[in-house]
Design a protein around this ligand. Structure first.
Ligand code: ADP
Ligand code: MG
Length: 215
């Protein structure tokens, strides 16, 4: 499978309506253990991405710089903790593939891991802190382990998305050690971390677009 710049644009074109559709649910999750703005924040950011996508797609000539511009818009528009974190996810993903207009599956996996690493570097959260890292880190580790498994690329990526969902589920019984929910102590127990769910939703769209490559 080959992941070209058009694939990466189509993913963004999916994320825009996805964040509209899930805006209220994500904000509801955030109102349980935060300030209730996560869905609104993401929707504001991706509305701005929608306005600028044609321009930034045309003015960039590789995947890395296209996503860097997407990340810069998110960084500039999305408020709260998630803005800088998701901004850096998109900005840093392409660091190892500068100048490329097409990625192999292993390069694509590395692209995703680079984004996750930048979230970890910025937010300093580790697994168990009740953040998006609880979804992202175990899922990317599982995917890397499957690269040599002989499974199809779609199957490996489907497992990645399932692991993200499970990682998000595992945040429910936790006490938060990072972010706004930290202040709640025991009162955060029983509620899902909103960022872990938005992370799952993001890569679900990468998967949906990947299925089109497979047709
Ligand atoms: P805020 O908490 O500032 O209102 P959002 O509501 O947009 O920001 O985003 C909250 C989400 O950000 C949390 O659900 C959590 O997943 C994530 N988050 C917060 N702090 C960190 C951190 N230090 N590292 C990783 N993720 C974090
Ligand atoms: Mg919030």
């Amino acid at each position: 499978m080959e992941f070209n710049k058009e694939y990466f644009r189509n993913v963004i074109l999916r994320l825009i309506p996805m964040f509209e559709e899930h805006r209220d649910y994500l904000s509801k999750l955030d109102s349980d253990i935060g300030d209730g703005d996560h869905g609104i924040n993401m929707s504001i950011g991706f509305r701005e991405v929608e306005k600028q996508i044609d321009k930034i797609y045309e003015e960039t000539d590789d995947i890395a710089s296209f996503y860097k511009k997407v990340g810069m818009i998110i960084l500039g528009k999305v408020g709260g903790a998630a803005g800088p974190l998701y901004g850096s996810l998109f900005m840093k993903a392409g660091e190892d593939v500068k100048g490329q207009n097409s990625l192999t599956f292993p390069e694509f996996v590395n692209f995703i891991e680079n984004g996750i690493k930048s979230i970890e570097a910025r937010g300093k959260a580790v697994v168990g802190d009740k953040t998006m890292v609880d979804a992202l880190r175990p899922a990317i580790d599982a995917m890397k382990n499957e690269l040599e498994s002989g499974k199809s690329e779609i199957e490996i990526f489907e497992n990645f998305v399932n692991e993200l969902k499970e990682g998000s589920d595992r945040t429910i019984p936790l006490i938060a050690k990072k972010g706004r929910a930290m202040r709640l102590g025991e009162r955060a127990v029983g509620f899902r971390d909103p960022g872990s769910f938005s992370s799952y939703l993001i890569y679900k769209e990468f998967l949906e677009e990947m299925k089109k490559l497979d047709e």
